[in-house]
Design a protein. Sequence first.
Length: 438
Amino acid sequence: MILEKYINKLREDNKLTVVSRSISKNLEIAGVLSAIEPKPVLFENLSDSDFRVAGNLFCTKSQIADYFGIRTEDIIPTLTKAIENRSVPEEVTEATCQEVVHDGVDLSQLPILVHNEIDGGPYISSGVVVAADPDYGQNLDFHRAMQIGENRMVARVVQGRDFHRFLEKNGEVDVAFCIGNAPEVLIAAATSVETGINELEIANALQPIKVVRAKTVDLLIPAECEFVLEGRVILDEKHDEGPFIDLTETVDVVRQEPVFEVKKITHRKNAIWQGLLPGHAEHKILMGMPREPTVYKKVKDLGIDVIDVNITPGGSSWLHVAVKIRKKYEDDGLKAIEAAFAGHHSAKHVWIYDEDIDIYDRQSRYDREWAFATRFQADVDLLIKDKEPGSSLDPSAESGTKLTTKCGFDCTKPLETEGKSYERAKFPSVDLKKFLGE
Ligand SMILES: Cc1cc2nc3c(=O)[nH]c(=O)nc-3n(C[C@H](O)[C@H](O)[C@H](O)COP(=O)(O)O)c2cc1C
């Protein structure tokens, strides 16, 4: 879907904050987005760019569920189905993302945001990168990129990502950085699936999309994105990248990363730039949510009756996993911990809960901590793993090797309760209107 259609729908439903006063791409937009998160915002009048900017569009699971017209509890099955039943998108020859084709490249015309005073420069943070390899075909990944000149950027490419593999194999790789995407493309790009799977086919299974051939590189790109920056990333041409805020809201170190040479800019008429605050809710949702189906599947594959998985925001939507199961055997909890780690290698701590626990902690009863306090015994319910590689984003992991100590907490109650009470006491349910009025 074209992002503006969705933005117009938000406007009709009174869910959009519109800023029509003059505002700068330099720090001011990020400041507003941060202050009013998770409210979606459209900035109509930039003092330093002719384009509009939108942000906070998909900060919560319910915003994403609303977009797809499903319930939040249907997100995991919907994603699982799309990953398993991929389908090829329709290829078109004319596309909205190519309505305007620039002759030269001048990145300063674009509303590339400066998010924070410590940032090394203006950053693209919502860019979905389409790349290809002769053996594996096309791939989608997210890569932030810092502007370092009129037509040059430096991209952050984490080792082990498919795109990193393509770069190591080929030295230089043609790319299209696509900015301004709807959730089907954003979520598909954030999934970690086998190398060789074209995530555009996952996007198409989530919601039918169209693809078009890019103008100067041999890649099929999402036809309805807002902006496309075509060019190539060169492994051996390195530049300082950072500082920049990462997912854990801490400042990431400056590294030598590959340069992205921009050769062509295309966009939709009246295109809207997609802002995405690093370390904030939208970044977190897009990182964590696509891992929930893989955790779910690994737990289910062990024969455990898994009900739900939440990669929790307090753990930066990356390091902490809460799993809800219907326990049948005494060792289900400990087994589920191992399975959860197998489904998300970057996780550091895993908690397993019974079906009566709200793993989203939506009410003020602190369900997760309550279960931890009343159902967990460290001598039998704690699983500590030997040091192994975890997340590069965890500042407490060993730098360079990512070695970390992972552990899991089985917060399920025993099947044999031996007369003890593990349930929350229930209070009488009354008709409040009878006593308090309307
Ligand atoms: C908003 C967002 C920003 C991201 N930024 C980067 C980045 O700058 N560099 C990077 O290597 N991965 C980044 N990632 C993570 C990867 O894109 C993601 O884990 C990847 O799609 C895994 O796919 P792969 O297993 O196909 O490589 C980001 C993810 C999200 C959701």
